[in-house]
Design a protein around this ligand. Structure first.
Ligand code: CO8
Length: 264
């Protein structure tokens, strides 16, 4: 595809937003392509996804300001929905997404990273929601996800001031999980994807669903959801072999092996 690259690496995949001349800004075409790529992931084969931006300077420098500049109220709302639908597809995709933030993650760039399960960044990364400086609100979920990730007080400060923050501050406030030198970022992201992909896929997916959906529920309902998902793992080949492997190890440490989980 033109603006979105998709590369399969065994049991994980890398999605690269590739509109480098505009710092990977998200216009309608990029969003449409991203939607197709995410919808087309082979969930029988792929167990984790790394999302990154092309080039060394930018992850995603936001929604396309040129495209937005002439929108009417109704068109603005429709553009917001287009982005939100794709980001929600990422957020609710059964398999984990890791954002490898390799530079600017501003506006829609910060927002797409927040629709991923995990964010790691290069030392050169910069995060921010500059929208109020452009006369708009964050429109791809920023007011909602930033507040949930870093807490309402910090989210309000960042959004009201439109201040950009560097990777070390993003780490300090819990917006990213780790920061690496630029040259190591993809290696670390792939290592993380590969580790996740090596664990039992049915269980990993159930964990994603339990955390995402449970956070929106009162505790009693959230615990009940976890019980259901916990129960759903039983009788799978992965559960039976995963536990049998542990018990064999106890009998005879020489029988230690890494289970090749089957997603069954
Ligand atoms: N949209 C369109 N083009 C962009 C964007 C963008 N967000 N960001 C960068 N570009 C383009 C520039 O126009 C420039 O193009 P050209 O070479 O043709 O002039 C090219 O990328 C390189 O950019 P710069 O020359 O500006 O590079 P610098 O290194 O000088 O600056 C910055 C890099 C600081 C990232 C700067 O480009 C910048 O401030 N960009 C805008 C960042 C921003 O404000 N992002 C938020 C946009 S608003 C948003 O994302 C809202 C999301 C919700 C939408 C809801 C819709 C209703």
């Amino acid at each position: 595809m033109g603006f979105v690259d998709y590369e399969v690496k065994g049991n994980y995949a890398i999605i690269t937003i590739n509109r480098e001349q505009a710092l990977n800004a998200l216009n309608s075409e990029v969003l449409d392509e991203l939607d197709k790529v995410v919808s087309g992931i082979d969930l029988d084969a792929i167990r984790a996804v790394v999302l990154t931006g092309a080039g060394e300077k930018s992850f995603v420098a936001g929604a396309d300001i040129g495209e937005m500049s002439t929108l009417s109220k109704a068109e603005g709302e429709a553009f917001g929905k287009k982005g939100n639908d794709v980001f929600r597809k990422i957020e609710t995709c059964p398999i984990p997404f890791i954002a490898a933030v390799n530079g600017f993650a501003l506006g829609g760039g910060c927002e797409i990273s927040m629709s991923c399960d995990i964010r790691i960044a290069s030392e050169s990364a910069m995060f921010g929601q500059p929208e109020v400086g452009l006369g708009i609100t964050p429109g791809f979920g920023g007011t909602q996800r930033l507040a949930r990730i870093v807490g309402p007080g910090m989210a309000k400060q960042l959004i009201y001031t439109a201040r950009n923050i560097k990777a070390d501050e993003a780490l300090r406030i819990g917006l990213v999980n780790a920061v690496y030198p630029a040259g190591e970022l993809m290696e670390q992201a792939e290592k993380l994807a590969s580790t996740i992909a090596g664990n039992a896929p049915i269980a990993v997916r159930a964990c994603k669903k339990a955390i995402n959906e449970g956070l929106e529920l009162p505790m009693d309902e959230a615990i009940a959801l976890e019980e259901k998902l916990f129960g759903s793992c039983f009788e799978s080949w992965d559960q039976q072999e995963g536990m049998a492997n542990f018990l064999r190890k106890k009998d005879d440490p020489a029988k230690v092996k890494k289970v090749a989980f089957k997603n069954e």
